[in-house]
Ligand binder design. Structure first.
Ligand SMILES: Nc1ncnc2c1ncn2[C@@H]1O[C@H](COP(=O)(O)OP(=O)(O)OP(=O)(O)O)[C@@H](O)[C@H]1O
Length: 310
């Protein structure tokens, strides 16, 4: 699979303070790669280096199977974290202007703009000026602007922030469909549930350095321990005394038991004591959201984190 973007050993400091260090990852054609990390981890700095808004102190950034260090401006789409469009310009005019900057044919851009406006529930807004749009509508226009020219590599910095759940679904479907049609997508987002539904691979940074990378399923297999949710009246003492239980969260008649690493859930279930009150029981792996919180709050994951191989 063609590698559209390769970041190798990226390092960047501001005033002697190292902000990102030894960051290396690739984004391949047709995949969604999630760049994750807590606030201030260095995601936007990484993206700004890729986009040539600032320059790396260390490392290299190459495009299209390493054939060029020059940003393929006409084939790259970018939705920056900072939103903003010219306020008193009509929606269609701004979309066509941005398409023209990318040397994209204007008749085709106009057709795509109208199609996307309809898809995003903004029919008829082409003649409205940007200042008359709501924040969410403006964000949809900015998203359309980032893809109007059919980019091969699309970089989305927090695309879902400020969107209502319906609009989030629309964006999610569109991003997935772009990847299916071959676009390489680098996605930075704090919405872990959406990342979990969408990403093929992820790269998680904390304080400017890699903590975890790999395919979503391998990362979950490696770091997402099992948790067991039990509805029933059981004392906290009993629950905490069960084997392989690291932590219990209990409220009313519901308890969530966080199990230790490498527990075989079928074996564990068989060994539950007969006196337990079990009205309902489910067992799942913890979510990406919970893995993220463990990392962001420096829980035990950091000690063992690293690359997860398929
Ligand atoms: N131009 C700058 N000058 C000095 N420090 C900067 C500059 N830009 C970013 N930083 C610092 O670099 C660190 C990483 O910032 P960055 O915006 O890359 O984080 P982020 O992971 O995108 O965070 P968030 O999730 O909050 O958007 C922060 O400590 C920030 O204060």
């Amino acid at each position: 699979m063609e590698t559209m973007l390769a970041v190798e050993g990226l390092g960047k400091s501001f005033k002697d303070k190292k902000i990102v260090s030894n960051i290396s990852f690739e984004v391949k054609k047709g995949e969604i790669m999630a760049l994750l990390g807590p606030n201030g981890a260095g995601k936007s700095t990484t993206i700004r280096n890729i986009m040539g808004i600032m320059y790396p102190d260390e490392g290299t950034i190459t495009f299209r199977n390493g054939t060029t260090k020059d940003i393929p401006r006409n084939k790259i789409g970018y939705l920056p974290e900072e939103r903003g469009l010219y306020k008193n310009v009509k929606v269609m005019d701004i979309l066509l202007y941005l398409a023209e900057l990318k040397d994209y044919p204007l008749d085709r851009a106009k057709q795509r703009a109208l199609e996307y406006l309809e898809k995003f529930g903004l029919e008829g807004k082409d003649k409205v000026s940007v200042e008359e749009l709501s924040k969410g509508m403006g964000q949809k226009i900015q998203f359309i602007a980032s893809i109007i020219h059919e980019p091969e590599l699309l970089i989305l910095d927090e695309p879902f922030s400020g969107l209502d759940p319906v609009s989030q679904e629309l964006f999610k479907d569109e991003i997935r469909s772009l990847a299916k049609n071959g676009t390489a997508i680098l996605l930075s987002s704090h919405q872990m549930n959406l990342v979990e539904e969408m990403a093929d691979r992820l790269f998680l940074i904390h304080r400017g350095s890699k903590v975890i990378s790999g395919s979503l399923s391998d990362v979950k297999k490696e770091y997402a321990n099992f948790k067991c949710t039990i509805h029933g009246s059981n004392s906290l003492v009993l629950l905490e005394s069960l084997p392989e239980v690291e932590r219990v969260e209990q409220s009313d008649d519901t308890a969530v038991l966080y199990l230790s690493k490498n527990v075989d859930p079928a074996f564990w279930l068989k060994n539950l004591p007969g006196e337990m009150d079990i009205q309902e029981l489910s067992i799942d792996r913890i979510s990406l959201h919970e893995i993220f919180i463990d990392i962001a709050t420096d829980k035990n994951l950091l000690k063992e984190a690293g690359e997860v191989h398929a």
